[in-house]
Design a protein around this ligand. Sequence first.
Ligand code: PGA
Length: 258
Amino acid sequence: MRTPLVVGNWKMHRTVAESVALAGAVADGGLPGGVEAAVCPTFLALAAVRERLSGSRLGLGAQDCLWPDEGAFTGRVSARMLASEAVRYVVVGHSETRGRFGGNQVSPSVAATFADTDETVRLKLQAVVHHGMTPVLCVGETDDEREAGRTDEVVTRQVVAALAGVEAKSLAVAYEPVWAIGTGKTCPADEAQRVCALIRDTLGAERGDGTHVLYGGSVKPDNAAELFGQPDVDGGLVGGASLEAESFLAIVRAAAQR
Ligand code: PGA
C-alpha cells in the first residue's frame, strides 16, 4: 500500500512573509501520521520556508524548473538550484505552464509564449530526477478534448512522452483535467478513478505500483474523502484550498484516512 501524498501548489500567491506564516501554520497545525504532505511556495520564498520547516514532516516543493544547471536563462530557476534548497518535489508540466497561465488574466496568445511542450516537460522531468528530487508530473485533457472523447489518448500521450527514456526512482503523476482547475468543477470520483487507473496501467506493472497517482482540480475538504477513497487515487495536488492552513490540513487528514 502506498503512503498517500498531498501537495499544495500555491501558484503566484503569498509574499515571502505570508508563505512562511502559512507553512508554519500547516506544519504546527497537527499533520496526521501515515501521509506525506508538501507545499510549493513561490521560488522567492523557498529558502525562508525551508528554514521554517526544518525539523517538520511537511515537505518542500517547487512549481517549475528549467533543465540546464545554469546559463543565460534570464528569470528562470534550474533544477540544480532547487535541489540545493532541499526541495523534495517539483511540479512539472502543470497545465498553466503548458500554456494556460493566469486563466482569463492573460490572452491565449501571450500565455502561449510561456508554454511547455511534451518535449520541455520531459527535459524538466529528467533534470528533476537527475538532481534526486521527485517530479509531480501533471497531465490532463482540456474541455474540448474531453467533449471530443479524447481524454484517454491525451493523458496516455502526455505520460508516455514525459517519461520516455527516464528512470525515476520516485515519481508522482497528477491527473488534472484542465476544465476542473480553479473552476470549482470537480471530476466525478469514478471518472478520476478510471483515468488514474489508466495512468497506472500506462506506467506498467512495476513502475505503476511504486508511483503516487494523484488527482488535482478543485479538491476541497468536502470532496477529498470521496476522491481519495478511490483505489487508484493516492492523494491530491491542491491549488486554491491549499492557501488556508485549515482547509489544506482537512484535505491531508482525508488522505491519511484512505
Ligand atoms: P485548484 O488547482 O485546486 O485550485 O483547482 C489545482 C492545480 O492547479 O494544481
